[in-house]
Design a protein around this ligand. Structure first.
Ligand code: PLP
Length: 402
């Protein structure tokens, strides 16, 4: 596409818009990662990420996309042939299960309908039936980016405990961390996986693991081959603020700034902002007369909304039209819902007027794309956003499923 005036609207559910403060912070000469100035940067990033994950334990940072962090979680804790229980919330849970199979793990994927979060009762029932404790890990995607459904992690933890099962608990927060309430320690998670390009407001390129003491202990006996991903090497070097190999120095400058921004706003305020913008989005979708893919309001994602088009209408044609006419990128339908849904990302460095513009672009596109709809979605969102602050604050807890 040729030169377009004005800003492109990047409304995919990650990578998200990188704030100017973060861009400026990365625009520095790369320094010696073994020199005296690096350690302060390394330590601030590692300590800051503990606050974002809400953990007192260790966090490691890889120069990798989220997929690398998925792999790191598994290879550090498991052995060839180990049984792993996963839940098919959507495309990303499916991809994680495929990765696990390729590593030589015996994966059981509980089937889902791509319209709900993980079913804690089904996970609990499977664990209760696992008499010889063959299942070594339970893996759940907190916020399924392909469907816009957020799993209630505390319920899954409760189900594991109720079954009295010792499996490790691993959670993917790639599209929820720093957008939707998440608590690694309090929710009893052993490994949390994250990436830089969504709620953390950075370009792609950093992957994270937050690690419990149990996971660290499991790593001692885990026999899957690993070298690049090995936590031991990382943790040893990280203790003094350094890395075992060349870190993504300029992305760490950006991470340092992004963490400062998140803590200045306050994580609770960040979650409340995401909740408010998500609710406004859902009101627009309902006013258009379109269907939200996630069917359980307790599982509505505050970082993205997947919108189902009426049968016979092509979501990709709508996306193409909106891109060409209004210079806005919307998320495509992935896997089983390809062509059936489009996804509105409303996470990261994002505010009311950006959302208003995004919704306006969609509403303007629906008519020319031939999608049957009612007008007034943008107005419904604006009315909500201009309205009740107390209600907005109350919704701040909506992503913290109890
Ligand atoms: C929930 C979730 N998990 C995993 C991934 C894979 O991460 P990456 O594409 O950074 O490798 C994504 C990417 O969008 C995601 O949304």
């Amino acid at each position: 596409m040729g030169l377009r005036s004005g800003r492109h609207f990047l409304q995919i559910p990650g990578p998200t818009n990188v704030p100017d403060r973060v861009l400026r912070a990365m625009d520095l000469p790369t320094i010696d990662h073994r020199g005296p100035d690096f350690a302060a940067l390394g330590r601030e990033c590692l300590d800051g990420m503990k606050r974002v994950f809400r953990t007192a334990g260790d966090v490691v940072i890889y120069p990798a996309s989220g997929t690398g962090a998925w792999e790191a979680a598994l290879v550090n804790t498991l052995s060839p042939g180990d049984r792993v229980l996963m839940y098919e919330t959507g495309q990303f849970a499916t991809l994680w299960s495929q990765l696990a199979r390729r590593l030589g793990l015996a994966v059981e994927l509980i089937e889902g309908d791509w319209r709900h979060g993980a079913d804690a009762a089904a996970i609990g029932a499977r664990l209760a039936a696992d008499g010889d404790r063959a299942i070594k890990a339970v893996c759940v995607v907190h916020n399924e980016t392909s469907t816009g459904a957020t799993s209630r992690i505390p319920l899954v933890r409760k189900a594991i405990d109720a079954a009295g099962h010792p499996a490790l608990f691993m959670v993917d927060t790639i599209s929820s961390l720093a957008s939707i309430d998440y608590r690694h320690d309090e929710w009893g998670v052993d490994v949390t996986v994250a990436g830089s390009q969504k709620g953390l407001m950075l370009p792609p390129g950093l992957g994270f693991n937050a690690i419990s003491e149990r996971a660290k202990a499991a790593a001692q006996g885990a026999r899957l081959p690993r070298s690049y991903w090995d936590w031991q090497d990382m943790l040893r070097a990280n203790a003094t603020g350094y890395f075992p190999y060349t870190p993504a120095t300029n992305l760490l400058y950006g991470l340092q700034e992004a963490i400062r921004m998140l803590l200045e706003e306050g994580l609770e305020a960040v979650f409340a902002r995401h909740a408010r913008l998500a609710e406004a989005t859902r009101r627009a979708v309902r006013a258009w007369g379109l269907e939200i893919l996630c069917v359980d309001p307790r599982e509505y994602s505050n970082s993205l909304t997947a919108v189902l088009l009426p049968p016979g209408h092509d979501a990709d044609a709508l996306r193409k039209l909106v891109l060409e006419r209004f210079n806005m990128s919307l998320g495509n339908g992935l896997g089983k819902v390809q062509g059936k849904v489009f996804r509105i990302g409303h996470l990261g460095d994002f505010n009311e007027l950006m959302l208003a513009g995004a919704l306006a672009g969609i509403e303007m596109g629906l008519g020319p794309a031939g999608v049957p709809h009612a007008k007034g979605g943008v107005q419904a969102a604006l009315d909500y956003l201009a309205g009740d602050e107390a209600e907005a604050r109350r919704l701040g807890g909506a992503g913290s499923p109890g």
